[in-house]
Design a protein around this ligand. Sequence first.
Ligand code: ARG
Length: 461
Amino acid sequence: MSKVASGKIKKSSAKILDEFNASIMFDKELYLEDIEGSAAHAKMLLKQGIIDKDAKENIINGLKTIQREIEDGSYIFDIKDEDIHMSIENRLTFLIGNDAKKMHTARSRNDQVALDFRLFALKKNRQIVDLLLELEKILLELEKKHTDTLLPGMTHLQHAQPINFAYHLLAYSSMFKRDISRFEDSYTRGNVSPIGCAALAGTPYCTDREYEAGLLGFNSVSINCLDTVSDRDFALEVLFNISVLMMHISRLSEEIILWSSSEFGFVELSDEYSTSSSIMPQKKNPDVPELLRGKTGRVYGNLISLLTVMKGLPLAYNKDMQEDKEGVFDSIKTAFISIKILTEALKTMSVKKEAMLKATKKGHLSATDLADYLTKECGYAFRDAYKLTGEIVGYADDNGKDMSELDLQELKKFEPKIKEDVVDILKLYNSMNARNSQGGTSVKSTKQQIEYFEKWLNERD
Ligand code: ARG
């Protein structure tokens, strides 16, 4: 059968229309949700006395057969069936006959597709959260090892102040935690059943939407049917959440790429997660983080694409909305593999403490500490202290030293009030440790942050 048999359309469709109109090549991904949805619908129809027990049993058994056929690969997906919904209904009619034709009572493909797609998005939200929790655990393991590992903290990609590596990674723990909460918020907001809205205006049958929603695991039932069949916010939220997640992954990837260059040499990706050049035998390329950075672009594209599809649509369902799925499937697949491979790459990455320390000794990272010292101990206004420190930086540069290596005599030439204690203050480790304010980089504060994430992860287990 080509298309849905209709009163208005007598001729079968042109082959090119089938090709153009069909979504089955991609929406077959929703087969399980479609089967679950139809089984719940049949149960509700029976409970309400709309179909009888035999019809319901036949429908459910037929749906089970179809699920088996799809999963063992014997099922034929045919573009003539247009989409997964018609495909399953047509197959069911072939398998069980007339009872199959009762299954679509009191629903429409408009609420059916809204249901299937929403169930799918909710399931994927959860799975992404689980993967992100694994990533958080790996980050935490790395952090615990590196509270004493100094590296230059940067702004403008210029050496700024000394920090420790755990503190740097904790910034990403924070980002991924926000990502998790975004997926969970979307899950809660999306956990509303669309089924029973029918085409756009509800149905004259005496249905029980609450019961059907309960069977499908929803928390509640949507308020307004016109909105429900028009709404793809849940899909947009998944696309947005994945976009923000990928932006975070991309920033970490960018850092890993920089860090694994010979200029930085801060980390080395394991051989398993590195690639080689086809011509330069000495090369080890960070293809994994590069691809993660690159894939972020297509994920943004999927978000913009669906936002654009939706922006001009009158209520309620329009066929344009069939364009909602491929981007979502693609972004979800991208998120899955990206989180997994990032987790593995981090797990197996080696951290080059010595190179980090060496880099910390470049760029006078304790200059702010000297300015603070002059302000606190020598009676300078901060702006004057800043200026004098600048001169001392110039002196250190001229003498090929880092400021942290200057001795007391050298410093006293600039300001006689400077005392012995300054030498310790300017040491890079001490400079890092001095930033002990809440959320700062000191070892104490870093450990508190680690504890915070550890407690959060334990409580979720
Ligand atoms: N294949 C369609 C989609 O993915 C299903 C809904 C069709 N509804 C309709 N009235 N044509 O959006």
